[in-house]
Design a protein around this ligand. Sequence first.
Ligand SMILES: *Cc1c(COP(=O)(O)O)cnc(C)c1O
Length: 428
Amino acid sequence: MDASPFDEWIRDDEVTSLLRRDWERQTTTIQLIASENFASPAVLAATGSILTNKYAEGYPGRRYYGGNQIVDEVEDLARRRLCALLGAEHANVQPHSGANANVAVYQALLQPGDTILAMRLDQGGHLTHGSPASITSTFWNFVSYGVTPRSDDPSAPGEVIDFDNVRELALAHRPRMIVAGATAYARIIDPVPFREIADEVGALLMFDSAHVAGLIAGGSHPNPVPYADVVAFTTHKTLRGPRGGAIVSRAEHAKAIDAAVFPGQQGGPLEHVIAAKAVAFREASLANFAVYTEQILTNARAFARALAAEGFRLVSGGTENHMVLLDLGPFDSELTGKVAQETLDRAGITTNRNTIPDDPRSAFVTSGLRVGTAAETTAGMGEREFTQIAALMARALRQRDDGEVLTAVRAEVAELCGRFNPYANFTR
Ligand SMILES: *Cc1c(COP(=O)(O)O)cnc(C)c1O
């Protein structure tokens, strides 16, 4: 074979070494960030494919560039698979991220200045649900609903979406759109009461299923598609695809949504990522994906039980999804989310700090920690391992000033990760 034009360029030792180091980090430390997962080799391969070379502004059959016959098939396949997976009438697979998808939905269906009713950020909502730091709050007027107060009654622990509050605010502010969905909320979000309230006030309903899209696809959580006008989500969280976003909607909104994504917000779509989304949508339609999502929930319940036994308080009293929100206060009133996250990092356990409802500390410091089971369930861990991880976390946090304890925990973490390496049979 002739020399490749890339021969002189083929090695980038600096970047290669960084990739190796993060490979090492991902497979020798425990990944508990609730929004992360391990994508399959097939998803990684498509993401790293030559489709990155192609410009394809527009949509299948209506492109602004030549040479898109095959790319059209790729994007059509992704759209078809997604519609079949969720039972949707229309799919747009071009959003570069979940945030882009959300802004595109607002842009498609609302006028600037319209009112949107969404979840409070400090109680679980996302930045794109109206944070002052997000451009969404510049263009639209957000009103925020919250969760019920916490209670000591274990049969009704509180800190669940307060539908009386949602309804009251909807009647008072007459929003043009209601957003259901959260980024830090451990309970099932039932689309039905949201639909009823939306109908009562004549609002559109958008369901932001960024976190739980995989749980919905696997049949472990209720599918909002029959109830919501639009469902927007990320493809890289529980859905376990490449980093990106997607939108499904009723057919009547298809044109507006498509126009808002391109040319409204984005330029050329990432067709290599769209190919990887197609791979992920197929994977999520297979029977063993439903087994996977059930295991995510089983593991989260076991993890929550074990963490509660160690003295952490579970926000909303438990979990019905892939995440557990911990109030660190009862475990150690001095311990902040920031210090907990940093301590666990040293012990090889990757988490993120999070505010809890009515958190007295700032969003940068916090009194809570968010953990999730989606990634390590992909790696094959079960209830026994998550119970062990809870004990390791408690030990590291209790003795956080003792370097030897952290080193010992780190060694147990390495042993565990050695037995549950998602990429063990996959060469980099
Ligand atoms: C993660 C998330 C997003 C944003 O996704 P990005 O891909 O990070 O932009 C939007 N909404 C919710 C509820 C999320 O959890």
